[in-house]
Ligand binder design. Structure first.
Ligand SMILES: NC(=O)c1ccc[n+]([C@@H]2O[C@H](COP(=O)([O-])OP(=O)(O)OC[C@H]3O[C@@H](n4cnc5c(N)ncnc54)[C@H](OP(=O)(O)O)[C@@H]3O)[C@@H](O)[C@H]2O)c1
Length: 250
């Protein structure tokens, strides 16, 4: 029997990351679920997977504001199932930083979570991914090409992630493919989801009106493409695909 492949997904306890984990698990992958604050949700997700098939998922904790925790995550993740075939850099902080209010701590928080950890995880796992002919999938944002107002640090961090995707695809070829997915409006930010007032409804309406497909996407729209990149896109590298219902054209 062939050994199962293994995927490490950062920020995977909930939302889009959890959907990516479900898609890979239902297709036979073993799952390394990284989380920071959401370890309870991560462990529950692992239990769900391990009930379907024993010893196929584990939750690992790391704060990407700590360089040592980031590197330790790569090492622990690799030792757990003894292999890693796919790294999915999904973790992210997202909040506005208007120019006059932005602080160095915001710079650190937004860059650490959106790009620095992705870089150092890619570096640490490069030898293993090379051995496995593996791939890296970076979750970017459709806004990198159409900046979101008042989010300069987030936009800059995601733009760096886009640039990293293209640059590393050259450096890691031919053994490792590196691709990106740029979601549009897929899930409302958690703070917006919790409020149900007129202001929230008007923000949501404005966004929906700007999407040619007139609806937000689903987490599965992202996870299906991630799985495609990992398993079917064997001649695709250095590409960043927008999944935004056409919003970037409008
Ligand atoms: N939602 C959308 O519509 C949308 C649109 C465009 C782009 N995206 C991109 O798609 C990806 C997934 O989106 P999402 O909305 O599902 O993400 P999310 O819920 O905003 O964040 C995913 C996870 O990132 C982790 N994280 C944040 N800071 C961290 C840190 N310092 N160290 C370690 N982990 C950290 C958190 O883990 P814990 O909860 O465990 O702390 C969080 O659950 C993100 O890269 C996002 O930028 C999403």
């Amino acid at each position: 029997m062939t050994e199962s492949k293994v995927v490490l997904i950062t920020g995977a306890a909930k939302r889009i990351g959890a959907s990516i984990a479900r898609t890979f698990h239902s297709n036979g992958y073993k799952i390394l679920i990284h989380a920071k604050n959401s370890m309870l949700e991560a462990k529950n997700l692992c239990s769900e997977f391990n009930r379907v098939k024993k010893n196929t998922a584990v939750a690992l904790c790391a704060d990407f504001d700590s360089q040592s925790e980031t590197i330790e995550l790569a090492n622990t993740a690799l030792s757990y199932f003894g292999r890693i075939d796919v790294l999915i850099n999904n973790a992210s902080m997202f909040y506005p930083t208007p120019l006059i209010e932005a602080k160095p701590t915001d710079w650190d928080s937004l860059f650490n979570s959106n790009v620095k950890a992705a870089f150092f995880l890619s570096q640490a796992l490069y030898p293993e991914l090379t051995k496995r002919h593996g791939s890296i999938i970076n979750i970017v944002d459709a806004h990198v090409d159409k900046p979101l107002q008042n989010h300069v640090l987030y936009n800059m961090a995601k733009s760096a992630l886009k640039s990293m995707t293209k640059t590393l695809s050259l450096e890691m070829a031919p053994r490792v493919r590196v691709n990106g997915i740029s979601p549009g409006a897929i899930l409302w930010p958690e703070d917006l989801e919790q409020k149900d007032n007129e202001e929230t409804q008007s923000i949501q309406k404005e966004i929906l009106d700007s999407i040619p497909m007139k609806r937000i996407g689903s987490a599965e729209d992202i996870s299906n493409l991630a799985y495609f990149f990992a398993e079917n896109g064997q001649y695709i590298t250095g590409q960043i695909i927008k999944v935004d219902g056409g919003r970037s054209l409008s």
